[in-house]
Write a protein that binds this ligand. Sequence first.
Ligand code: FE
Ligand code: FE
Ligand code: ZN
Length: 272
Amino acid sequence: MSIAGGIAKAAENVVSMKANTMQIFSRNPRGSGYKTYSRQETDAFLKIRSANQFGPLLAHAPYTMNLASEKEEVYTFACMVIREDIARMDALGMEMLVFHPGSHTGIGTEKGIENIIAGLNQAITGQEQITVLLETMSGKGTEIGASFEELKAIRDGVKHPERIGICLDTCHVFAAGYDIVHDLDGVLEEFDRVLGLELLRAIHFNDSMMPFASHKDRHATIGDGMIGSDALIRIIQHPMLKELPFYLETPLDDVGHKQEIQNIREKIGEIR
Ligand code: FE
Ligand code: FE
Ligand code: ZN
């Protein structure tokens, strides 16, 4: 994930890592600022992406954005960010924007979900090309979105559900108590029953430092966590998932990520 150095540089990085998609932050992940890309920069980016046949690209909304909040300042800010970033990322040609549904901080899940729905409704016009993804969460604190049912309730409540999809984070669902290690098919069946597998648009591909159902969100590098390499390789090779874009959010720098991608490709037999 990167934003520093510009978007053309980030795309070049992807090529050098032998990856074919990327996730960027739509703005400063821990603040509110963003860079406006020059025409030249945007053109360079578009050229690299088409020359290298990138798959669908994903933008990630900032962590400071809490659409579930009841606090006026927090909520007004979140509404502004989601509205602006849907428009900005759509204009940039990003296929998807993912966000953390939010934390209700005491007002309860139901009220939190109402706030999220209202926030999305003031942001999505129905005219955009971009799909807005709800991320599956670990359920730490008062986080909303640790169950498929909560994500379903958000999607069902919005005016333009056709613009909403799901991003499954392997670390988060494991920490939330979905057993992707011993019963991947069962979890996918449940996803299909509650949400519909056609809504699954992206995978955040991470191992988990924290144990199953711990409701703690700590990413580990692939194979170095509690999910483990075998289970993660089964996920990336699963017939229902393997055509989806996978995005690493593991705690590594660019050099580490390049190696990690190569290791994964070797394990799934793309490199012998
Ligand atoms: Fe996320
Ligand atoms: Fe994630
Ligand atoms: Zn996480």
